[in-house]
Ligand binder design. Structure first.
Ligand SMILES: Cc1cc2nc3c(=O)[nH]c(=O)nc-3n(C[C@H](O)[C@H](O)[C@H](O)COP(=O)(O)O)c2cc1C
Length: 317
């Protein structure tokens, strides 16, 4: 049996990646019901910007309970290490996840061994995604008890690794050095890309962008249409204050004034720019970020169809 499926208790090794603002109970349940693993991102189901930790936990609790009403299959939740959580949003979310019986933490960031050990002691399955993936980091996470490693290449949507390894290279490297399963992330938008990743060592896929263009994703229709209409040459990479870079639509409609208009471009999930650019569909006010191969996606499909397609290369495992 495929090891990712075995560890997570799912049918297909297709993990829907957490994406701030645009995941929802509907999306997550649809992916989990299709046999993959849905993952709640920050602000999943939230309709307004929430400022405090307490309010965030209350909203997230409602989201988790709605998801449980929609699926009896496993699903995960996105959390961050202490070092990247100055206000305690993530710490509170982890406590909530434990209370609500969520078994899978999808961790983005550089985590200490002690944190991983504590999560394992609490009974969580830990999927570790180092935003700038390194062989040393993957080995350390494995040694501390992580269950699955995500290899993220700079082809991905969202905050890209500032290291320049492409998806194929980073997947081949990490899967060579760790014994636990490696998921590939970055530009896995169709069966061919999933197959290519499998050939170099991936045991499953970790997919954001393809699920944005799903029927169940709550990203604005205007955002989906904008992504579908953007020519592959019309994406740019830009460097943020923290040194990371992000794929973003070129201001192909608005010229550089579009970039200037990005008044909400900070990374704080509760007030993040994805709220405007992706959920509200206002490309002038926020970020619209996707993988570099998005133009390979030809239609907006159901999560079930997407899971089935991306799972095909792994069927014989
Ligand atoms: C719009 C968008 C928002 C994202 N937000 C988050 C986030 O809040 N937390 C996180 O860990 N990763 C986030 N990511 C990264 C994804 O979890 C995942 O690594 C990435 O989407 C995989 O690459 P792909 O989009 O090419 O499939 C985001 C990605 C996108 C496209």
């Amino acid at each position: 049996m495929n090891r990712v499926c075995e560890i997570l208790g799912i049918k297909y090794p297709v993990i829907q990646a957490p994406m701030a603002w645009i995941t929802s109970s509907d999306l997550v349940a649809a992916v989990s019901n299709a046999g993959g693993l849905g993952v709640l991102g920050t602000s999943a189901d939230f309709t307004e910007i929430v400022k405090g930790v307490e309010e965030t936990v209350e909203e997230m609790c409602r989201t988790i309970r709605r998801t449980k009403e929609l699926t009896d299959k496993p699903f995960g939740i996105n959390v961050f290490p202490k070092a990247a959580d100055p206000y305690g949003f993530s710490e509170a979310t982890i406590r909530l996840a434990k209370e609500e019986g969520i078994k899978v933490l999808v961790v983005a960031g550089n985590v200490s061994a002690d944190e991983i050990k504590a999560w394992k002691n609490d009974g969580f399955t830990v999927i570790m995604r180092e935003p700038n993936p390194t062989v040393r980091g993957a080995i350390e996470a494995e040694t501390a008890g992580a269950d699955i490693i995500v290899a993220t290449g700079c082809d991905e949507g969202g905050c890209m690794p500032s290291l320049t390894s492409g998806t194929t290279a980073v997947t081949a490297l990490l899967s060579e050095y760790v014994n636990i399963p490696v998921l590939v992330a970055g530009g896995i938008v169709n069966e061919k890309m999933a197959l290519a990743a499998k050939v170099v060592g991936a045991e499953g896929v970790f997919v954001g962008t393809r699920f944005i263009l799903s029927k169940e994703c709550r990203a604005a229709d205007a955002t989906k249409a904008d992504i579908m209409a953007t020519h592959p040459d019309d994406y740019i990479v830009f460097t943020q204050m923290d040194g990371n870079a992000r794929w973003r639509t070129t201001p192909h409609k608005h010229g550089f004034a579009g970039l200037e208009a990005n008044k909400h471009g900070n990374l704080n999930p509760p007030s993040g720019s994805f709220f405007y650019g992706m959920l509200k569909g206002d490309p002038d006010a926020g970020v619209n970020t996707v993988a570099n191969v998005t133009s390979l996606i030809k239609s907006i499909d159901s999560c079930e169809d997407i899971v089935n397609e991306l799972a095909r290369p792994f069927e014989e495992d």
